[in-house]
Design a protein around this ligand. Structure first.
Ligand SMILES: *[C@@H]1O[C@H](CO)[C@@H](O)[C@H](O)[C@H]1NC(C)=O
Ligand SMILES: *[C@@H]1O[C@H](CO)[C@@H](O)[C@H](O)[C@H]1NC(C)=O
Ligand SMILES: *[C@@H]1O[C@H](CO)[C@@H](O)[C@H](O)[C@H]1NC(C)=O
Length: 380
């Protein structure tokens, strides 16, 4: 069909769907996503780097899992709260070869990942390649299945069904490393100049997934980079660099520019990919408001963190050292009082706070709760 024929046809189709959904009790019905496919960095890595390179050490996982769970956090990440909200199990990392179950989705996110090709081991284009391979293997296995004899093949308990790929929710939380690495090596202006290229590569990834049948996309914008305690520690010296919440202003301005352009790209993708449904989620504003209201919300100073040390003796979370009789590297007493877990990654308590505000759609464009995000209007 030519696009001139498709467009009115599609609008009609969407309208019928919406009217149908509204008719059933006046409100949009839940989408019953049977799977989530996630792409991202450490903000949503549930064990890729642990499986592929080296295990995330304790005390990561101490609050919720009681042991390291592959997450750079004391407990759950926003992606875990998304899974809970959709009544689906936590996502297994695609790269893990032990005890995985992909029946309800797979997680391609890996800590340290960038959008831009070649700037990290598991950049977004690699994550998408892994997805393409995953989908083709699953499809091939089902095609080989003889349904008259093989109704309950062992793999059907652990893999999605071929039809799940077009009915799944595709989630993204990536871009922070492109900006952070850029700011470590370039001027603010140079990083801002690189944003269109970063986002072109993001669009390419989305286009590829769309070609593979992905339809419903839930995209987190990037958080306030300049509020991460480790960025504050290393970049506060310049006079006038910190804002009223103690965040590094130029770094947040880079994140805001990225988000502005990301939103424009999503509007463009939504117009180009006729059967797509996009939700842009303003995670930046939620995180920034938490940092601004830290005390009122029961958290300590937002520049503090629970695990590892950047002051006095510098040591990463998970390592220990005794220097001049002082032991460094032990976690704090109560991680739930800290917004930051380790200076770079948010605590479970903060993730939960943020998730509770984004899941109901109050920070989304269009403002649709995640459970109903397959209905997100094409023209918010
Ligand atoms: C499926 O198995 C049945 C019973 O063994 C057999 O008759 C049939 O030919 C098989 N079909 C295929 C496509 O292999
Ligand atoms: C440990 O003591 C030495 C000697 O007094 C001093 O130079 C060094 O800065 C101290 N290190 C820390 C981390 O306190
Ligand atoms: C979403 O949840 C937050 C936090 O629980 C609440 O403050 C807000 O009013 C809710 N918004 C909507 C639209 O339900």
């Amino acid at each position: 069909m030519s696009s001139s024929v498709r467009l009115p046809f599609l609008c009609f189709f969407v309208l019928i769907q919406l009217l149908g959904a509204l008719g059933r009790g006046g409100r949009l019905t839940g989408c019953e996503f049977s799977a989530i496919f996630n792409f991202g960095d450490s903000n949503s890595d549930t064990g890729a780097i642990s499986a592929a390179l080296s295990e995330v050490p304790p005390p990561n996982g101490m609050t919720f899992f009681g042991h390291p769970s592959g997450r750079l956090c004391d407990g759950r990440l926003i992606i875990d709260f998304i899974a809970e909200d959709l009544k689906l199990p936590y996502l297994s990392p695609y790269l893990d070869s032990i005890e995985t179950n992909f029946r309800h989705g797979a997680n391609f996110a890996a800590s340290g990942s960038s959008i831009r090709r070649g700037y990290s081991l598991f950049d977004l284009s690699i994550q998408v390649s892994q997805f393409v391979r995953f989908k083709s293997r699953v499809t091939e296995l089902y095609n080989r299945l003889n349904l008259s004899t093989d109704k309950t093949s062992a793999f059907s308990y652990r893999l999605p069904r071929p039809q799940d790929f077009s009915r799944a929710l595709y989630t993204f939380d990536i871009g922070q490393n492109d900006l952070a690495n850029g700011l470590n090596q370039m001027t603010v202006d140079q990083v801002i100049a690189s944003i269109p290229d970063i986002l072109s590569q993001f669009s390419e990834a989305v286009n590829k997934l769309y070609e593979e049948g992905a339809r419903v996309f839930w995209v987190h914008n990037t958080g306030p980079l300049g509020c991460l305690p480790n960025r504050v520690i290393y970049h506060q010296s310049k006079p006038g660099n910190l804002d009223q919440n103690g965040c590094v202003r130029p770094q947040n301005e880079v994140a805001e520019e990225f988000n502005k352009q990301l939103k424009d790209r999503i509007l463009l993708l939504r117009a180009q990919l006729l059967a797509s449904v996009f939700t842009y989620v303003d995670v930046y504003s939620v995180k920034y408001s938490l940092i601004g209201e830290a005390k009122d919300q029961g958290f300590f100073d937002p520049s503090s963190f629970c695990c590892g040390s950047y002051y006095g003796y510098q040591i990463d979370c998970g390592k220990k050292a005794i220097v001049n009789g002082t032991e460094y590297g032990n976690p704090c007493e109560d991680p739930s009082k800290h917004i930051s877990w380790d200076g770079t990654h948010y605590s479970e308590a903060a993730n939960k706070w943020v998730a509770s505000r984004i899941l109901n759609g109050s920070f989304s464009y269009p403002a649709v709760p995640i459970r109903k995000s397959c209905h997100a209007s094409r023209n918010p």
